[in-house]
Design a protein around this ligand. Structure first.
Ligand SMILES: [Zn+2]
Length: 160
């Protein structure tokens, strides 16, 4: 793992999909506002125990277009003393989604991956789940997002 340039005292973890550059998927067009709304809905739909952990650990969640020099990175978790930061990268997430009906799922999964780090999981732990960077063949699937966020209303396709 590359050392953080954010803060020498902080630890950071990145989630990236290694396949998308090969596949050259077209990005789903999603404005900053729309992406922020979807991310807020996903945060809102998390179970209460996760939401209270986010509050207790002072996790700031922000959205940026892309990570400089790391175009495949979907999200980053960085821990500092007393606070943590999750950054979601709008453009690569829009690309890996592979379709508008999968956008919520892509945001959801990236968020859960980074939250896994908040709860002390490393990349090897996360590879036991479908949200790992390199999921094992028998990786456990992660629950789909709960219905109700805006993307659900735009499509009848529920295969995410
Ligand atoms: Zn990670």
């Amino acid at each position: 793992m590359k050392r953080s340039h954010i803060n020498a005292a902080g630890r950071e973890h990145r989630m990236e999909y290694l396949v998308w550059m090969e596949e050259q998927r077209p990005a789903v067009a999603c404005s900053e506002d729309e992406f922020a709304t979807l991310a807020e809905c996903e945060l809102d739909a998390l179970p209460d125990w996760i939401k209270s952990a986010i509050a207790t650990h002072n996790v700031a969640i922000s959205i940026e277009d892309r990570r400089p020099n790391e175009p495949r990175t979907l999200g980053v978790f960085a821990r500092y003393s007393g606070t943590s930061q999750i950054t979601l990268y709008r453009l690569p997430i829009s690309r890996v989604a592979g379709g508008r009906q999968h956008l919520r799922r892509a945001i959801h999964d990236t968020l859960l991956h980074e939250l896994g780090h908040l709860f002390g999981m490393n990349e090897i732990d996360l590879d036991h789940y479908s949200i790992g960077n390199n999921p094992l063949p028998d990786a456990q699937p992660i629950h789909a997002p709960r219905p109700g966020a805006p993307a659900d209303n735009e499509t009848s396709d529920r295969d995410y």
